[in-house]
Design a protein around this ligand. Structure first.
Ligand SMILES: [Zn+2]
Length: 347
């Protein structure tokens, strides 16, 4: 059997076209979603030839029918569609993606109330919840014309299109974008003219891993301090990206999975009114970059949560001492909280 690609690899490869699959969900439905996410980038509701509802009908419907057939009857009354007569694509065609997702949500809420959390119950809940998330991601999908994303089919740009240190496109991707928009010849000519003017033969080297701000060396050959700075915090950046992505996948509960209750709570409140969704990968990565660059440490996140709970600076200092082993004074707490950017405060 072929090894299943890791979540991280799939995320990197598919970028904004990644669709999450749930653990503990039905394997065949999860697999259908994996197939769907490989195909859906050029699909939309508007397109006739690449219609996204037709894709649901072809890839998702048959597998969901098979899955429902494997369930005992009592589960079917908690599902908005029937085994044979009505499929999700029918529901979506009639009422739209948002409606289908809402329906799953309402039925599931009733089910969760009655459930005794058996293994089969959990499988049902996870699978329905995963389909709900799929439909929410599909809602409002715009056709992705090749002109708007010229680098997607380029073999030479196999590496991630986004900067390794933020959410911007790589310098190379950016260049290819311009290249397609204005035509290669024009660009080539301009460069040749410039090169001749400057007496150089070499073409500029473009970073395939970093954006223009984060390329390791500047075009004059000197080290880029922004790169060095971002590289030092690369691990923390990746960690924040992961937490943000986990939280935005389940905005209705604390899901950052940081291993620390207060930090999970911070991400919950921070993302509660966010307009982002799991497909907004560049925005989420830029948010993580900003979080790291403005030194919003885990300790500050904890303080913000405790402040939200109306704790005094003194109480906050003591509580942090219990967690980190290093109690903080009134002044230290006050100073730390005062340094937090407005955009990262929670209310
Ligand atoms: Zn960057």
């Amino acid at each position: 059997m072929k090894k299943v690609e890791s979540k991280k690899d799939a995320l990197e490869r598919l970028g904004q076209f990644y669709i999450p699959v749930w653990e503990n969900s039905d394997k065949s439905v999860a697999n259908a979603i994996r197939i769907f996410r490989e195909k859906w980038r050029s699909y939309s509701e508007e397109s006739k030839r690449h219609n996204i509802i037709t894709l649901i009908k072809q890839v998702i419907d048959p597998v969901v029918s098979g899955y429902l057939s494997s369930l005992p009857n009592q589960y079917l009354s908690f599902c908005p569609i029937s085994r044979e007569k009505c499929h999700y694509s029918d529901l979506i065609k009639l009422r739209g993606f948002r409606y289908a997702a809402d329906q799953i949500h309402f039925y599931l809420r009733d089910f969760v109330d009655k459930s005794s959390q058996t293994e089969q119950d959990i499988l049902f809940i996870s699978t329905q919840d995963m389909l709900k998330s799929l439909f929410m991601i599909c809602e409002g999908k715009k056709p992705n014309r090749s002109k708007l994303a010229p680098d997607i089919n380029l073999k030479s740009d196999k590496k991630t299109r986004l900067c390794a240190l933020c959410g911007n496109t790589t310098e190379f991707s950016q260049f290819m974008h311009t290249w397609t928009k204005h035509g290669y010849i024009e660009r080539e000519n301009n460069e040749r003219n410039n090169d001749e003017k400057e007496g150089k033969k070499k073409r500029p080297d473009l970073s395939t891993n970093y954006c223009i701000n984060h390329r390791p060396k500047l075009h004059d050959g000197s080290w880029n301090s922004l790169y060095k700075q971002a590289k030092r915090s690369a691990k923390q950046f990746e960690q924040e990206v992961l937490r943000l992505r986990r939280q935005i996948a389940h905005p209705d509960r604390q899901n950052a999975k940081s291993g620390d209750k207060l930090i999970d709570e911070y991400f919950y409140y921070f993302m509660l009114d966010s307009s982002l969704d799991p497909t907004n990968v560049p925005e989420l990565r830029n948010l993580a970059r900003k979080m790291v660059d403005s030194r919003l440490t885990d300790n500050k996140k904890r303080m913000l949560v405790l402040r939200r709970q109306n704790k005094s600076n003194k109480q906050i200092g003591i509580k942090l001492g219990e967690i980190t082993g290093k109690p903080l004074s009134n002044q230290a707490v006050s100073k730390a909280l005062g340094s937090v950017r407005e955009a990262f405060k929670i209310y």
